[in-house]
Design a binder for this molecule. Sequence first.
Ligand SMILES: [Zn+2]
Ligand SMILES: [Zn+2]
Length: 174
Amino acid sequence: MPRRYYCDFCDKSFADNPVARKNHMNGTTHQRNRKQHYDSFRDPEILLFEEINKKPCKHFLQSGTCTFFDSCRFSHLREDEKEQLRTQATEIKTKKYKRQDIKKDKNDEDLKTFLQKIESGQKFDQKEGKNIHSGVVIPKYSIPTFLQTVANLPPSLVPPPPDSFLDLELKEWG
Ligand SMILES: [Zn+2]
Ligand SMILES: [Zn+2]
């Protein structure tokens, strides 16, 4: 039985000989499938940016082939393919921002509860399975009475507003 060559990109097999292989590799369908496969791992936004900065490859768009294949410095994408890429890039962007927003809200909420707990001296006890008094109470800062009459206190003597932590830009690690 003659050997068959199976092409992963095209999900197709054919008789394995140098000519058939060369013909297949140089075929438009294979080139397209191969490019699509690799492009699917790339960020559509970057891909789009690259493609719209290239001039269209007249040769490819007219004849469907181009001797430079993937390394052509002109774009092989048709207008509708660019449009599709644009939609994909926008979708991914929207999803990314949405996720960040949710995370941010959650962080704020966590910090708020955390500060409230500390302020009231409460601590979650693993063994008891409930909040217990930690014995530590974060003082609520206030200006001492004898300073309250002094006008224009230097900033270092003015206590931070209690929720000043909540406006902090929390950077994610890693
Ligand atoms: Zn193929
Ligand atoms: Zn080309």
